[in-house]
Design a protein around this ligand. Sequence first.
Ligand SMILES: Cc1ncc(COP(=O)(O)O)c(C=O)c1O
Length: 398
Amino acid sequence: MTNKLAMPNETGYFGEYGGQIVPPNLKEILDEINIAYEKIRNTDEFLDELHELYSQYVGRPSPIFYAKRLTNKIGGARIFLKREDLNHTGAHKINHCLGEALLAKYMGKTKVLAETGAGQHGVALATACALVGVDCEIHMGEIDIKKEHPNVTKMKILGCKLIPVSRGTKTLKDAVDSAFEEYLKDPQNFFYAIGSVVGPHPFPKMVRDFQSIVGEEAREQFLTQYKQLPNIVMACVGGGSNAIGIFTAFLEDKTVDLIGIEAAGKGLDTPNHAATLTLGSKGSLHGFECYNLQDKQGNPLPVYSIASGLDYPGVGPQHCYLKDIGRVHYETVNDKECLDAFMALSRIEGIIPALESAHAVAYAMKIAKDMPKDKTILINLSGRGDKDADFVAEVLDL
Ligand SMILES: Cc1ncc(COP(=O)(O)O)c(C=O)c1O
């Protein structure tokens, strides 16, 4: 990668964020993963295999769709969608899961394990492990298991072992704690396939690299289809993988504004949100330094969003850095705005988005109306809403 914002440094820092806040024995293993990754990442063999899977298995490139009816309804800037929802398994997560599963196999690991919130990372990882032939174990909070049951069923069908997590808030952070504990039992033989651009070095870098395909395609497609770059590129931010995936190719395009959307949940003036970059402070979590929603003692606070994939008290270190240098702006959308956007995109364009992605759609709808008609907004539509359909129907009493 030649982009000068394509960090981290050798110790895994993006400015003052990232690193490896782990015991020395784990550091050794993480360094082995980094060495293995650096060794294979640019080899023809690895790249050919990964890119063949991207095109013939995932269905890449995902198209860019002009949401004309939504644009006309709102008035103002034109809205475009990068259709990651059309990928095999229904979200962007498959992009890094295939990379991680191939690396785990190359390193001779016996079990791949991970956490999942919305279940998209779990399904994508179970799929990738079935494909490359390694055992897979997914930890998931009990609340998310109830809410995202279609994905739970899929994980079981795909042959992965599902571990329900009943501690704490029974959501994403607790699932990470649980999966991490299991990983520490045998890090030599297990591979923790982190589900976003979070965790200790080299995961934020590796997951970012695997997700960068989204922005690389989008930039080229936009230039080819519309003979210009978009004015704004927008994505929801949980841990931050789909956002960094689409932002990376545009980081050096000064004319392109980059906006990440966090979950305001029930409101920023309540404890029920997951606006880590907006309201958090610097701390460490799950082996790396980042903005955190934490109490005075540095313990992570319980977080909440209607979108299970966004309720994480930390965020990828590169996002923290990009916020500090002002290259990316982070805004928030609450549950109600998210649900309105979920229904709007479904009924106006016939596209049911994931609740996570609906946060980005909501913010685009909010700002597009005040923008001139010749301006353009490109949204990373990170996933489809099949997993959320029953839940939304219940909440809205449809
Ligand atoms: C469809 C979808 N979009 C976004 C996210 C948030 O993750 P990230 O911020 O890593 O893209 C998730 C997480 O589960 C998801 O399933």
